[in-house]
Design a protein around this ligand. Structure first.
Ligand code: HEC
Length: 255
């Protein structure tokens, strides 16, 4: 039993390493793993060194290898294996990687101050939804038409509940926008949404690259009015309200 001190210490050390690597979820960062392993090494070391006989037993196999008393095979494994292991580790850390570099995604890139759609130059700041008049009956009609436009053109990707989970959604990266998410149209002005629909993925500015958005360029397929109608519908259907600067001014007055 005593003679196995080295093997037992090594087995315990490997068991701790395997346990931390395999059982801890989510995986811990390498630096934290390093701290645990340094502490474990110290703990095992202190235990082994605390007793004279145990310490001698622990060193015995090491001395056997370095004195040349151990079997040839063991000697070869240790003397060639250790340097190879260190070399492999170093290579792993410095070798170039072919993984795609991490590219942060700008979810709502700044819109251009003006853009062209339907053959016209449009000033983004001055752009307002012309269908949002005070007339409630007309608004209800426009929303109903917008709904038809949505289910003819958009739901394949954006989903029948506007949650970004249409039949084709899984095929695209980035995923189609989920209009029920507070982070999408609810925090955007209608002019911004109009710009995105009219110019689609290809209309995204440089700041939004390396996006490969599947969002089509709808100005080629829908008229200006149809786009405004579908804008009305995606707000109505998702329960979101467009962001307006006027409203924020009003909130300030209430305070
Ligand atoms: C082929 C799939 C596809 C179809 C069809 C499609 N979209 Fe998209 N759409 C996307 C994808 C993918 C995104 C997310 C990437 C982006 O913003 O360009 C997106 C983003 C958007 C955004 C931006 C939302 C935000 O938070 O920035 C709006 C608005 C939008 N779509 C409206 C529509 C409307 C309205 C229609 C129908 C007229 C439509 N989409 C049809 C794929 C599609």
């Amino acid at each position: 039993m005593q003679r196995h001190t080295f093997t037992l210490a090594l087995a315990l050390w490997l068991a701790i390493l395997a346990g931390l690597k395999l059982l801890v979820q989510p995986p811990m960062p390498a630096s934290v793993l390093m701290i645990y392993m340094v502490l474990s090494t110290l703990g095992i070391g202190v235990y082994v060194a605390a007793n004279e006989a145990r310490w001698r037993d622990f060193l015995a196999p090491l001395q056997a290898v370095f004195d040349g008393r151990a079997p040839r095979l063991v000697q070869a494994l240790v003397l060639a294996g250790l340097p190879l292991l260190v070399g492999y580790g170093t290579w792993q850390r410095t070798a170039p990687s072919w993984d795609a570099p991490f590219e942060p995604r700008v979810v709502h890139p700044e819109p251009p101050s003006s853009f062209s759609a339907h053959g016209k130059r449009i000033d983004t700041v001055a752009l307002k939804n012309p269908l949002r008049t005070g007339d409630a009956a007309a608004l209800a009609r426009h929303i109903a038409e917008g709904k038809t436009i949505y289910y003819r053109n958009c739901f394949y990707c954006h989903g029948d509940a506007l949650a970004g989970d249409g039949h084709f959604a899984g095929a695209f990266t980035p995923l189609p926008a989920n209009f029920r998410d507070v982070g999408t149209i609810g925090m955007l002005q209608e002019s911004y949404v109009y710009w995105r629909i009219a110019t689609g993925g290809p209309g995204l500015p440089k700041g939004a690259t390396p996006w490969l958005s599947a969002m089509p360029v709808w100005q080629h397929m829908l008229s200006e009015e149809e786009i405004w109608k579908v804008v009305l519908y995606i707000y109505e259907g998702s329960g979101a309200t467009p962001r307006t600067w006027d409203e924020e001014v009003k909130h300030d007055h209430h305070k």
